[in-house]
Design a protein around this ligand. Structure first.
Ligand code: AKG
Ligand code: MN
Length: 212
């Protein structure tokens, strides 16, 4: 199965999404349909899924999805005064990373995997604008399983745009996308099947301000 990731002759012509202050390219059939289910099952089974928690106003909650963080050893980042280390790459993630790098003409050293188990899993509004990602980061977002909407909210105009992310699709975000927009995966009351999303990123080394 992994071999065919490299051999695929599938049409990968992207669609440039027409959004101001953003550079978004959408590849609807980036992974051939006959391969997506096998990859989804492998990711469900092989990744070290974790239930992370967040504390808000003194109360601790489960994050509404499972997550896993993989990457090069040096792709660590600071989070609440802690250094977070990625798990070492697995072959399937490396194969998918290579494919995303080729399409986006970029280099990635880490991936955040999100597993939305059902409609009540989602992700709140945020931008991927941490200092470790640098100015104008390139982020490649690969989706498997149930179609979920990625809702974009413009910081100034408050304009909202919904981008449906289909099984086997790739969305490459670059330029001003993160500085001008926030994005979120909305929850749904409908019974939705599982979805896995992989966001490939490049983490820059920045000085550890906490240990100075
Ligand atoms: O699941 C998605 O499509 C979005 C994931 C995301 O925004 C993130 O990992 O930062
Ligand atoms: Mn994001």
């Amino acid at each position: 199965m992994q071999q065919s990731l490299f051999e695929s002759q599938y049409d990968n012509t992207p669609i440039q999404l027409d959004m101001p202050d953003a550079d978004l390219k959408y590849y609807p059939n980036f992974i051939p349909p006959e391969e997506t289910n096998g990859i989804m099952c492998s990711l469900q089974e092989l990744l070290d899924w974790r239930q992370e928690q967040i504390t808000l106003y003194g109360k601790t909650f489960d994050v509404p999805r499972l997550q896993a963080w993989y990457g090069d050893a040096e792709a660590s980042y600071q989070y609440s005064n802690l250094t977070m280390h990625p798990l070492p790459w697995s072959p399937i993630l490396l194969a998918l990373k290579q494919k995303c790098e080729d399409a986006s003409n970029s280099h990635f050293n880490s991936v955040l995997a999100n597993y939305y188990r059902h409609g009540q899993d989602g992700m709140g509004r945020h931008a991927d604008n941490e200092p470790e990602l640098g100015q104008q980061p390139v982020i490649a977002s690969l989706s498997f399983g149930e179609l979920r909407n990625l809702d974009f909210y413009h910081n100034k105009s408050k304009h909202k745009t919904r981008v449906p992310l289909a099984d086997g699709s790739l969305l490459v975000m670059r330029g001003a996308t993160q500085s001008s927009w926030q994005h979120a995966v909305a929850k749904s009351k409908k019974p939705l099947a599982p979805r896995i999303n992989l966001t490939f990123r490049y983490i820059h080394k920045i000085p550890n301000v906490y240990n100075k």
